[in-house]
Design a protein around this ligand. Structure first.
Ligand code: HAM
Length: 412
């Protein structure tokens, strides 16, 4: 609803500005795909096994509403094979059948970027810093950037197996929930926030000692790049992400202003291998997605990125027949002004109220005298100053009150 939706749009538009300035192009993936596309996210993740909104369509196809964008972007890449490097950004809704609560919804929006076809650790730095700087632009200050490496496929497998052994040794002391998670995905046990599990998790083996030389060197370069740009970060060896496709670099932006269960305002990482899984050529990939709903909750908590006032330059009040309002709104809008008007031949009093409610800077009044003389009376609603001028002078006069605007005439 307005005015929240206005703030929402501005959030997306600041994001678009930030990433387009870095060469990212907009992509609009479909809202649903063959379920197989999302099953590639891994059968050890809740997003796939428990939370998908799937259905059979009238053509007997098994489809699912997208739970995230990355798989769709990789599917599009595998299908259309654009020239690499391919740098895209997106914004849109996702659907996960989660236990809804503050900051965790079944329909939520993300903005994000994906880059396909580049192996370079300096790209990881670019991507991580883009997200960081976007949040700085929005005004979030109580934010921690956490980074980790999950190593290459082999490293990750060896680590998972060591974790499974370790947790199995302490199985009886783990919470019931963690024991169930252990069966499916030992990595996810590291995510448990339950007190019973904390001690055991704190002493669990960390990924660092399982990294291949290549993966370790890649991670060192990422950390050095962040340091060279003075971007503060914390290496968190327990940072495992909810989706299974990650390799090497993973990261999360965590808000200190939100409660710890839902404090990740965004996250991402490398997913070398996902495009291949989706039938494309071996292609490295990296990206992130930021939760719009949750980021705005963090903004509320920090008192930043207010929705701001809507701007109306002029409200046209025509109490004669509405025709002058029709031509004036059209020409002023072409001249770039933000203009609204009254309808239904309402009284002067009622239209003045509407102008006030709209928060307009000026009211432009066409009464009987003005109509006959081709003039209009312009009242500045902040100062209450009033002047009668020729209608042909209106655009110039408005420019002196609200500043000139960029014309948006329709092309001829
Ligand atoms: P994700 O961590 O599942 O990653 O989601 C990214 C962000 O979306 C989260 O940090 C959170 O802010 C928001 N989010 C996730 N689930 C919900 C929910 N149920 N309600 C509200 N907000 C939510 C991904 O989706 C990956 N595709 C990110 C990525 C892009 N990795 C590589 N490229």
């Amino acid at each position: 609803m307005p005015p929240d939706a206005r703030r929402w749009r501005r959030f997306t538009s600041v994001f678009a500005d930030t990433v387009e300035a870095a060469g990212y192009e907009c992509i609009i993936p479909p809202m649903f795909e063959e379920i197989g596309v999302f099953q590639r996210l891994g059968d050890a993740t809740d997003v796939v096994t428990k939370e998908m909104y799937d259905f059979i369509d009238k053509g007997d196809r098994h489809l699912a509403l997208r739970p995230e964008h990355t798989a769709s972007v990789c599917r599009a890449f595998a299908e259309h094979r654009p020239i690499v490097p391919w740098k895209v950004w997106y914004s849109g809704s996702n659907f996960r059948y989660e236990k809804a609560q503050a900051g965790r919804y079944r329909q939520f929006d993300q903005v994000g970027v994906e880059v396909l076809g580049v192996d370079d650790a300096l790209l990881d730095v670019e991507v991580i810093v883009l997200g960081w700087e976007f949040f700085q632009r929005v005004g979030l200050r109580d934010l921690t950037l956490m980074v980790n490496s999950l190593g290459d496929a082999g490293d990750r497998d060896r680590y998972v197996s060591a974790l499974r052994d370790y947790f199995n040794q302490h199985r009886d002391a783990l919470s019931e929930e963690a024991q169930v998670t252990l069966e499916r995905n030992p990595l996810r046990v590291l995510d448990s926030k339950r007190d019973a599990d904390r001690n055991i998790i704190n002493n669990a083996p960390t990924i660092a000692s399982f990294l291949s030389d290549d993966a370790a060197a890649h991670f060192t370069q990422v950390c050095q790049g962040l340091t060279s740009l003075d971007v503060p970060f914390v290496v968190n060896e327990r940072l495992v992400r909810g989706l299974d496709y990650y390799r090497r670099t993973t990261f999360e932006y965590v808000s200190g202003a939100l409660s710890s269960a839902q404090n990740a305002v965004g996250g991402g990482g490398r997913y070398d291998g996902l495009v291949e899984d989706l039938g494309g050529p071996a292609t490295p990939g990296i990206g992130f997605a930021l939760g719009v709903d949750r980021s705005l909750l963090a903004c509320d908590a920090e008192g930043v990125f207010a929705e701001g006032a809507g701007i109306i330059d002029a409200f046209i009040i025509d109490v004669v027949d509405g025709q002058t309002a029709l031509s004036l709104t059209t020409s002023l809008r072409h001249a770039g002004f933000v203009v609204d008007r009254g309808f239904d031949g309402r009284s002067m009093k009622s239209q003045m109220k509407a102008a006030d409610r709209a928060g307009s800077r000026c009211a432009v009044i066409i009464g009987g005298d003005e109509h006959a003389a081709g003039t209009c009376t312009v009242r500045d609603l902040t100062t209450s100053e009033q002047i009668t001028i020729q209608q042909s002078e209106l655009a110039n006069h408005l420019a002196t009150v609200v500043g000139s605007r960029t014309p948006r005439r329709p092309s001829s």
